[in-house]
Design a protein around this ligand. Structure first.
Ligand code: CUK
Ligand code: CUA
Length: 641
């Protein structure tokens, strides 16, 4: 197979604080010649399954999308942080509480990083976690149902971008504040940043049986911008690594202020030590407010609980818990290789990449090889912790994933490429152009101890001419590469939803066997469930009316309902009585100001309807469920009060 030919003469001009970077990137009319068996490699014949599930974050859509690999087929969109009229998530009475926060009802967010649960440093296929950047939250999706079942708000942080990075036995999800803020919030001049603003790094513990999240403790840190984290694995298990930018503590992040220094910092946290301090009571309890929203499994109803206290660990009270080490300028995360020994710290504004050695860092700590301290936190000597420097790999390094053969793959935003290099000897092995400007990349298991280096997906930030134009707004573009050989090979482009940042991919057979086909109606403990058509009824309680409705091929019961009054609050509790795979029923009523419901077999869901005018209103099933689907309808009569 010959390699494809790419014409590239491009200039991308990035202007930052008056400084312009003019760089070769990718061109509008780039021709990509795919030759050989690329089509065959991604072709999944009708009726056959993909080898991997890929879970892509939705960025500003707030959701997650599920793709099959290698086909690049979109299998599902899972709503998480944004309301989703397609199935009523965030509109139904059961799911509305998922959006409760200390700021009120917030039915939108910006989701960036996917983390699958792990055991022994391998994906176990049970849960998936994702962050909400804007109103700081972490959500859990159950991979037996592909439903969001829990959202935990993280208090006293701003921009929960650095989240939710998991430890290798799913002990904790680690997150950090992107923007330091006054803690507790108060009315202070913004230029008192240095005195008044603080950062927090948060440890959320996970219940090993149920996956439920609990804010275990928060570590108070200097007022930097904490960007991205990874946890150690194998030899480095028990440690977390987070890069920071703006170690100048500038409150205006223009180049002139925030990128003056040649180096920024990576925070290194011994979380096992932090656990000991918590157990020894070395924390302070601080009053705060945050919400924990959890879906009850037996009723399918989400409940919110306001939490009012958090535990803070301060590095000055807890020696040998937190360290810093310099990293190249303006880093965007760090990545830990499958052995746990190497930590890649990249600087977006640096020409080189620093690769650290965990054992050298430990030695430097032991020998107290420090270059001073920052707010009581020792700064490890840069050279003492360094494994080596990857010289001039490309421009604008962003993210790195690994294969099981000792190689790393890094995306370069500015030079628009993926570069493959050897982690041990720091030799560059291959580079392939991407179209255009990749952000994250994903290899199945590529952040775990057990990568499967068969495919790589680059998620590109700029689309331009890759697809038929659709006006000013274009779908973001992902690109699939075969990385099983010495040279990477581009196989496929596919459009994505929202703006995917990170993604994770898992072998399908780790998820598929546990995928639920329907909810067992006998286990339905919803207080308004109607477990049989003979039990349907309409119950008035003052101005509230509860309709106990059932859906079954091919009728809604009751179907013709009279007695509603203008100004009533009508709750349609629809129970889908089917006990079969893939037979949802929908429910919509004319003039409802929310959305429809999509009710899975065995479930009960509730739609609120507040009729404003007299008349007779039609309702119907929205999902084409049977030959008599069109007949699955009824009328609601509304009289004057
Ligand atoms: S980030 Cu978007 S490309 Cu939020 Cu992980 Cu780097
Ligand atoms: Cu039920 Cu259509």
């Amino acid at each position: 197979m010959r390699t494809r030919k790419v014409n590239m003469i491009i200039s991308l001009v990035t202007i930052m604080g008056g400084m312009a970077l003019v760089v070769a990137c990718g061109q509008r009319n780039a021709t990509t010649v795919i030759e050989g068996d690329a089509a065959e490699q991604v072709y999944i014949a009708p009726g056959e399954y993909d080898e991997f599930y890929a879970f892509l974050s939705g960025g500003f859509s707030g959701q997650i999308t599920v793709y099959g690999l290698p086909s690049g087929r979109l299998l599902r969109e899972v709503p998480v942080f944004s309301q989703y009229p397609e199935n009523g998530y965030g509109y139904s009475e059961e799911s509305k509480p998922m959006f409760n926060t200390s700021y009120g009802f917030v039915p939108w967010d910006d989701s960036h990083h996917i983390e699958l649960s792990q055991q022994n440093g391998e994906f176990d296929g049970r849960w998936l976690f994702v962050n909400g950047n804007n109103t700081p939250r972490i959500a859990r999706v159950d991979l037996s149902t592909f439903e969001t079942v829990e959202i935990l708000e993280i208090p006293d942080v701003a921009g929960l971008h650095c989240a939710p990075f998991i430890t290798e036995n799913s002990e904790y999800l680690v997150s950090g504040t992107r923007f330091s803020i006054p803690i507790p919030q108060k009315d202070v001049p913004i230029d008192t940043y240095k005195e008044n603003f603080k950062g927090l790094i948060n440890y959320v513990s996970l219940d090993q049986d149920h996956g439920t999240m609990e804010l275990a403790f928060q570590i108070e840190m200097p007022g930097f911008n904490y960007d991205l984290a990874r946890n150690g694995k194998a030899v480095s298990h028990g440690w977390s690594f987070l890069t920071t930018y703006n170690s100048e503590q500038a409150h205006s992040l223009l180049e002139v202020n925030a990128s003056q220094k040649d180096k920024d910092l990576m925070a290194i946290i011994n979380w096992k030590k932090a656990e000991e301090y918590v157990a020894a009571g070395k924390f302070t309890e601080r009053p705060t407010s945050y919400y924990h929203n959890l879906m009850d499994e037996s009723t399918g109803i989400a409940h919110s609980q306001e939490m009012k206290m958090t535990r803070i660990l301060k590095p000055e009270d807890c020696p040998e818990m937190v360290y810093f080490i310099p990293v190249p300028k303006s880093p965007h995360g760090c990545d830990v290789d499958p052995s746990g020994e190497y930590i890649v710290g990249n600087g977006k504004l640096s020409a080189d990449m620093s690769v650290y050695s965990f054992s050298k860092i430990m030695k430097a700590i032991e020998e107290k090889n420090f270059d001073g301290e920052i707010e009581g936190i020792p700064v490890i000597n840069y050279d003492a912790g360094l494994h080596g420097i990857l010289q001039k790999p490309g421009l604008g390094p962003l993210h790195t994933e690994f294969d099981e053969r000792g190689n790393a793959y890094t995306t370069f935003f500015i030079s628009s490429e993926v570069v493959k290099w050897n982690v041990d000897n720091l030799e560059i092995l291959d580079r392939e152009a991407t179209f255009y400007s990749p952000g994250h990349l994903v290899i199945p298991g590529g952040e775990t101890r057990k990568p499967e280096g068969k495919y790589l997906v680059a998620m590109n930030k700029i689309t331009k001419d890759r697809y038929l134009p659709t006006g000013p707004e274009l779908a973001h573009s992902a690109q699939l590469f075969d990385i099983s050989g010495d040279k990477m090979k581009l196989l496929l482009d596919f459009p994505t939803k929202g703006e995917p940042h990170y993604a994770q991919a898992i072998r399908a057979d780790k998820v598929k066997p546990n995928s639920k086909k329907f909810y067992n109606i006998e286990e339905n403990a919803h207080p308004y469930a109607t477990l049989g058509e003979s039990k349907t009824k309409v119950v008035r309680e003052g101005d509230e009316v509860h309709v106990y409705m059932t859906a079954m091929r091919s009728h809604l019961a009751p179907d013709n309902i009279e007695g509603f009054k203008v100004g009533d609050k009508v709750f349609f509790h629809v129970t889908n009585l089917e006990q079969d795979w893939d037979v949802p029923h929908g429910f919509a009523i004319q003039g409802a100001t929310n959305a429809e419901l999509l009710v899975m077999p065995g479930q009960t869901k509730t739609l609120l309807w507040e009729p404003k005018k007299v008349g007779v209103y039609a309702f119907y099933c929205t999902d084409f469920c049977s030959a008599l689907h069109q007949e699955m309808s009824g009328y609601a009569r509304v009289s004057a009060k």
